[in-house]
Design a protein around this ligand. Structure first.
Ligand code: B12
Ligand code: SF4
Length: 503
């Protein structure tokens, strides 16, 4: 039997490692035909050396590497280069958000042979079959980018499929699945899990829109029930961090799923939209309460309705306020994410968002706030059909703080540079002036000390209380600038940053 190695390059700490769902899903798809094995760089902290050792000891016929943009790109580059140097003819296949959004930078990299765009199960299965038995079929595999005589070829996009929802990812194939259950604020053994697929919206800044092109599919209630039963009773999970891009879809379809959730009563967290939540009936909200939804991550993005319209968010600032009130009424903590400093009027937008956050904190102080920098997806001719043409044009016209045209990296190694990892992670952008960068950092510090996140279960309660007390005057009088005393205190109390680690 042919053998396939699947690699999840390091993206987070061992403690924050959760089930590597992408490679598990690919493994399940090829299970009947090939032998497969996983190396998880979040668990194995020396995964590049382990990969080389394994390839020296055992024989494999292809390697699949999952790559999310940001901090996973450098570790994917490192392992792919190492594989190429010890096994030069072994096919290396990249899949995931990075190659989907950046197929050209992926394919110009000499250590990648194939880029799988979008959902991977079928493309991967067809590619392996073609590689092993019928290479002439490669040209007709939808969702694949590859090289023919040195030139990059992008085959047609693959249509959306809900096939994966028929079965649970093969979690039992992991070494010690229990090590992937984390101690979070939801519980002592929190599982990261995805129930549904995709998202029906196409917000122009969001990689999910490129991956799913406005398609979504929910699992059957029986599927969700069986999966939760497995997580709770066979693995011993006591809570669930749902990865669904957008958990709350149309109410009529959601009710059977909420009924399942309410039966299992596992505290849970999910991504949601303000419009979907405020439209839920009182009966559905009661189900939400009963199901023990603890926190909903809602992309508020901006206080500016025009900007929300331009990025095709489809929600408005007053809906953000409304959802905060609804969440408060039903005991759910809203976790609002905002995108600061968009390229057009970065300072003005940022100040307006700060004011809006203060307004929200007055309404419901327990609201969690996640601050990101607005960094549009890199323009790619391949995205043109899926992203908003106007925004693509705007991205091509981006200027840095000195007024120079911004040139996005053209290779995977370019995207591994710290400033581009930060760009992808929404923590920095070339059009930020030093002044604005500092202003955002200072506001984030004051806000974070005044309202330490409840997801931080490790910092001592007393220390958090002290930080709250010493930051309160600054927050109250809007004196965010140079909070030196808070910076010193934070050297002793290291507050956790859920933007980088997840729950
Ligand atoms: C879990 C997760 C993380 C975890 C990592 C996992 C862990 N803790 O062990 C953590 C918290 C570390 C993380 C970090 C980041 N993440 Co993240 N993350 C996710 C999340 C919620 C789930 C990923 C997952 O397991 N999906 C389920 C699997 C089955 O789907 P999949 O990965 O898409 O895989 C399919 C295809 O992509 C493809 N595929 C994938 N790999 C491969 C490989 C091969 C060989 C093939 C053929 C196909 C293939 O086939 C698979 C099956 O169809 C997703 C949202 C989501 N639901 O996907 C966001 C998501 C992927 N993250 C995203 C981002 C941007 C980030 C960050 C880089 C930035 C940020 N601020 O959020 C950070 C890095 C922060 C930092 N500074 O360190 C974005 C990606 C979009 C984009 N623009 O690139 C997403 C979609 C969230 C969002 N809505 O914006 N993340
Ligand atoms: S931002 Fe949210 S709603 Fe918009 S496309 Fe992305 S996942 Fe869907």
């Amino acid at each position: 039997m042919r053998r396939v190695l699947l690699i999840n390059p390091t993206i987070t700490s061992r403690r924050s490692a959760r089930f590597p769902l992408a490679v598990l899903s690919l493994g399940a798809a090829i299970d009947a035909r090939y032998e497969w094995r996983i190396i998880d760089g979040n668990i194995d902290r020396d995964f590049v050396a382990s990969t080389v050792k394994l390839l020296n000891e055992e024989s494999f016929d292809a390697v699949g590497v999952t790559v999310m943009g940001g901090p996973q790109v450098p570790s994917a580059v490192a392992v792919s280069k190492a594989i190429r140097s010890v096994r030069p003819s072994l096919p290396i296949i990249w899949g995931g958000y990075f190659p989907t959004i950046c197929p050209v930078p992926t394919m110009v990299s000499p250590f990648v042979d194939f880029a799988v765009r979008g959902q991977g199960e079928d493309t991967f299965t067809e590619l392996l079959a073609a590689l092993f038995d019928a290479p002439e079929r490669i040209a007709s595999i939808a969702g694949l980018s590859w090289r023919r005589d040195g030139a990059i070829v992008h085959n047609s996009d693959r249509p959306f499929t809900a096939a994966r929802l028929a079965s649970r990812p093969a979690i039992e194939r992991l070494d010690n699945p229990g090590q992937y259950l984390g101690h979070t604020y939801l519980g002592r053994r929190t599982a990261g899990f995805q129930a549904a697929l995709g998202c029906r919206f196409r917000c122009t800044f969001c990689g999910v829109a490129t991956m799913f092109r406005g398609k979504t599919a929910l699992p059957a209630a029986e599927r969700l029930d069986a999966d939760l039963h497995y997580l709770k009773h066979e693995l011993g999970a006591d809570s669930v961090n749902f990865y669904d891009h957008n958990f709350f879809d149309r109410e009529v379809d959601m009710v059977p799923l909420l009924e399942v959730m309410a039966r299992h009563e596992l505290p849970w967290w999910c991504f949601a939209r303000s419009d979907a939540l405020i439209d839920l009936s009182a009966a559905s909200w009661e189900l939400v309460r009963k199901s023990r939804l603890r926190m909903a991550y809602i992309g508020a993005e901006s206080a500016n309705d025009k900007l929300l319209h331009d990025i095709r968010k489809g929600t408005r600032a007053n809906q953000t306020i409304e959802v905060v009130e609804k969440c408060r009424a039903y005991g759910v903590v809203p976790e609002l994410s905002f995108m600061l400093a968009p390229p057009e009027d970065p300072e003005g937008e940022t100040e307006q968002t700060f004011k809006f956050i203060r307004q929200i904190k007055r309404i419901h102080p327990a609201t969690e706030i996640m601050l990101y920098i607005y960094t549009p997806l890199p323009p790619s001719p391949h995205n043109a059909g899926t992203a908003h043409a106007k925004v693509l044009r705007n991205a091509a016209q981006l200027r840095d703080a000195g007024g120079n045209a911004i040139e996005f990296p053209t290779t995977a190694e370019g995207w591994s540079q710290p400033e581009w990892v930060a760009y992808w992670s929404h923590t920095d952008a070339p059009w930020l002036t030093e002044r604005l960068r500092r202003r955002i950092k200072d506001f984030t510090t004051v806000l974070g000390c005044r309202f330490p996140t409840i997801t931080d279960i490790r910092s001592p309660r007393l220390a958090k209380r002290a930080l709250r007390a010493i930051s309160s005057w600054r927050y109250r009088f809007e004196r965010y600038d140079r909070p030196w005393e808070l910076n010193i205190s934070r050297q002793f109390v290291k507050l956790r940053d859920p933007r980088a680690t997840g729950l």
